[in-house]
Design a protein. Structure first.
Length: 543
């Protein structure tokens, strides 16, 4: 069961007969939801309205204290939110129109055949219409509040992209005095053609497809050439029947954000450049530091070797003469002893062998300490390698496989052939002795262009600073398949008197002398363990 809400109605009427008639109307069942109150003058009516609780006013325009349109305007001013129906004895079309224009919900003429049903309907329509108007006014006020206070730019356009409504942020952007100046105009009136054309194309596509455009970053160019950036969304504008009759949009000014992004990007670019420069400087500093360390190490080594050389020269000269006397004594005893027994001969033989080994050490010391000039003649390195192999052929047993990889007609290099052969013989003998149970001896000679990998292996420079990548050199290599050199001993192999051979099998000066001879020629000697096993000795010479 539907129960109608109760409405309080105030009848402002000075004619007792008309007031009584209205009361009779309202006593009928169709008026059960209306509760009537009565005032006989404008003053009395305003006082009652001031007390509140009135939902509808039935107003006679002719009262003792006021008549005509003024009566309506004063009541309307007293209760602007309350609907008013005029009950007038004047059948005046102009007056009726004026009151409606001023806000009256209806204008009914007394004396005309108006029954209770029509009056009830008019009263109910007036109340509902007023509610609808109030709701619409509220929505309109909310829209005005949004349009006048939001910092975002809101606009509505017709089917030809002409402005029909804009927010305050828009007309402030356009630098116009108010929104009416934009009505009927387009983006071409406020932006440079390049931006206006793009905006028009977007809006035509939105109206054609009915698909919104969401979150587009737009570069807006104003007529004075200044540039702003906006984050824009646009939508199709539809009427009540769903037909597209235009478009509307909202955009946010992101100029400062865009500039901040550009500044950040520029700062990042500059930072990356600074980081790259810093990395280059750090790399250069590290390289310089490594070079300095290498130079310092070479200076220390040079000083150490020079000191050892001076010591070796002194020792060699001091020991050579006593050794010569001992040799003469052994030779004398060997010749003059009459019928020496077997033990005596064995002792003399051991003494002679010991003197021979001591003499080899003395000769090595003299070679190491010697600073005499080299006898440099243009030589073929391949030929010197072959000659050196001939000198040690008696030591290459059947268990050792010899592999020659010697290129013919190599560019000549100025060398002291005897001293370089001394180096090759030393390297060949070391390789042979490293394979007592047999193996493969590879001897190479050739010409090649050095690569960065040739120069640096295992994070170490192989040939110091005298050779660089891209340089063309003559090389010689001696490779064995022995057990290699322990890592802790590999760094000491060029130290004087250091040897990996058993006692009595080496003087510890061979590689020390070999390295010095090669360096006197401006070359380089590198000895490393091979990954497949054994040792590789590599010599480089400038062409």
């Amino acid at each position: 069961m539907n129960v109608r809400a109760q409405h309080n109605v105030l009848l402002i009427e000075d004619n007792p007969g008309d007031a009584r008639l209205m009361q009779e109307y309202l006593s009928e069942p169709s008026f059960a939801d209306f509760d009537l109150a009565h005032a006989a003058s404008l003053k009395e009516g305003i006082a009652r309205l001031a007390a509140g609780g009135i939902d509808l006013v039935l107003l006679d325009l002719t009262l003792p204290d006021c008549t005509g349109l003024e009566t309506f305007t004063r009541i309307a001013a007293a209760v602007p939110q309350t609907p008013i129906i005029v009950l007038s004895g004047q059948d005046d079309e102009a007056l009726a129109m004026n009151t409606v224009h001023q806000g009256a919900q209806d204008y009914l003429v007394k004396g005309h055949p108006v029954d209770a049903r029509i009056i009830a309907r008019s009263m109910r329509y007036a109340i509902e219409r007023k509610r609808a108007e109030d709701a619409l006014a509220k929505e309109r006020d909310l829209l005005h509040t949004l349009l006048n206070n939001l910092p975002d730019r809101i606009y509505f356009k017709d089917e030809k992209s002409r402005f029909i409504r804009i927010s305050k942020a828009v007309w402030e952007q356009f630098k116009i005095s108010g929104p009416k100046e934009a009505i009927g105009k387009t983006d071409f009136d406020f932006f440079a053609p390049e931006h206006a054309s793009i905006a028009l194309k977007d809006e035509q596509e939105i109206m054609r497809s009915g698909t919104p455009m969401m979150g587009k970053v737009e570069k807006e160019i104003l007529p004075d050439g200044s540039v702003t950036w906006a984050f824009t969304s646009k939508f199709p504008l539809k009427d009540k029947r769903g037909r597209i009759v235009g478009n509307f949009g909202i955009s946010r000014d992101i100029t400062e954000q865009k500039r901040a992004e550009e500044n950040l990007q520029q700062a990042n670019t500059e930072l990356a450049l600074k980081q790259e420069q810093l990395q280059d400087a750090l790399t250069e500093l590290q390289s310089s530091h490594e070079a300095l360390k290498a130079a310092q190490f070479q200076l220390i080594q040079a000083e150490k070797m020079q000191s050892v050389g001076r010591l070796a020269a002194g020792v060699a000269h001091e020991v050579k003469n006593p050794l010569a006397i001992l040799r003469m004594g052994i030779d004398y005893l060997s010749k003059n002893l009459q019928q020496p027994d077997q033990e005596t001969n064995l002792i003399l033989s051991d003494m002679g062998e010991a003197l021979r080994r001591a003499d080899l050490i003395i000769m090595g010391l003299l070679d190491f300490s010697a600073t005499r000039a080299l006898d440099l003649i243009a030589q073929d390195v391949g030929t010197l390698v072959e000659q050196s192999l001939a000198l040690v052929r008696h030591e290459i047993g059947p268990s050792i496989k010899l592999v020659r990889e010697i290129a013919p007609k190599l560019p000549t290099v100025k060398l002291d052939q005897n001293r370089i052969k001394q180096v090759f013989v030393n390297l060949l003998e070391n390789a042979i002795h490293a394979m007592p149970d047999g193996g493969t001896l590879i001897v190479r000679a050739g010409m090649k262009q050095l690569t960065a990998q040739d120069i640096e292996q295992d994070q170490e420079r192989r040939f110091g600073d005298q050779f660089r990548a891209g340089q063309t050199v003559v090389f010689a290599e001696v490779l064995d398949s022995g057990h290699g050199i322990p890592k802790d001993k590999l760094v000491k192999i060029f130290d004087p008197f250091f040897t990996t051979k058993p006692a009595g099998k080496g003087t510890g000066l061979g590689l020390t002398v070999a390295k010095k001879i090669v360096e006197l020629h401006g070359g380089a000697l590198d000895i490393r363990n091979r990954r497949e096993g054994g040792v590789a000795a590599t010599l480089l010479f400038r062409i």
